[in-house]
Write a protein that binds this ligand. Structure first.
Ligand SMILES: C[S@@+](CC[C@H](N)C(=O)[O-])C[C@H]1O[C@@H](n2cnc3c(N)ncnc32)[C@H](O)[C@@H]1O
Length: 172
């Protein structure tokens, strides 16, 4: 399980300003962000590929459900007002991959995979809210966003002594 860290707390604090009917968190792990979503959304769903972390969340709250699957792949015929993720974002070129933190060769590949999986699960005015770090190479993300005509807005930024965290809102 990913232990809640500075990135988790930062994203959870921003999520608390959003509200609506249906919200999804991809890569929910400890459920810290999902718990915040469940305060302001009628129905909340968390997914993760790590079944063990999800087992702890089975009885979390009456309006939350968790699903063990890749990104948003198990969700069909449902649309969300908000889809949130704090992805694994560290660049990794090693054979051994830690799914909690390793975001692919440049650190952004898993985020792009999450966005691709989420995009057709949004309502008409739905938003994707996600965190990235300056430790990630974001050129690939910028290319992906412009190729797909997505609009992007920086919502918040936090400087830590070892990295800069940024939260972006994406609209199709
Ligand atoms: C950086 S952790 C964030 C955990 C939690 N949301 C938080 O903010 O503390 C990334 C999470 O994404 C999950 N994850 C990685 N690849 C995934 C995938 N393909 N589908 C779903 N979850 C994935 C990991 O298991 C991990 O729990």
């Amino acid at each position: 399980m990913y232990s809640p860290s500075d990135d988790t707390i930062f994203l959870a604090s921003i999520v608390s300003h959003y509200h609506g009917d249906f919200a999804l968190e991809i890569g929910t792990s400890s459920g810290t962000i999902l718990r915040e979503l469940s305060k302001n959304y009628s129905i909340t769903v968390g997914t993760d590929i790590d079944f063990c972390s999800l087992k702890r969340l089975l009885m979390m709250s009456a309006n939350s459900r968790v699903i063990c699957c890749d990104a948003a792949s198990a969700l069909c015929n449902v649309k969300f007002d908000l889809i949130v993720f704090n992805p694994p974002y560290l660049p990794n070129r090693l054979i051994h991959v830690d799914k909690n933190v390793d975001g692919g060769p440049t650190g952004i590949e898993v985020s792009i995979h999450f966005i691709k999986s989420a995009i057709d699960k949004l309502t008409n005015d739905g938003k994707i809210l996600f965190l990235i770090s300056n430790l990630t190479d974001t050129k690939k993300l910028a290319t992906f966003i412009s190729k797909n005509n997505l609009s992007v807005r920086k919502v918040a930024q936090k400087e830590l002594f070892y990295e800069r965290l940024q939260i972006f809102e994406l609209n199709p």
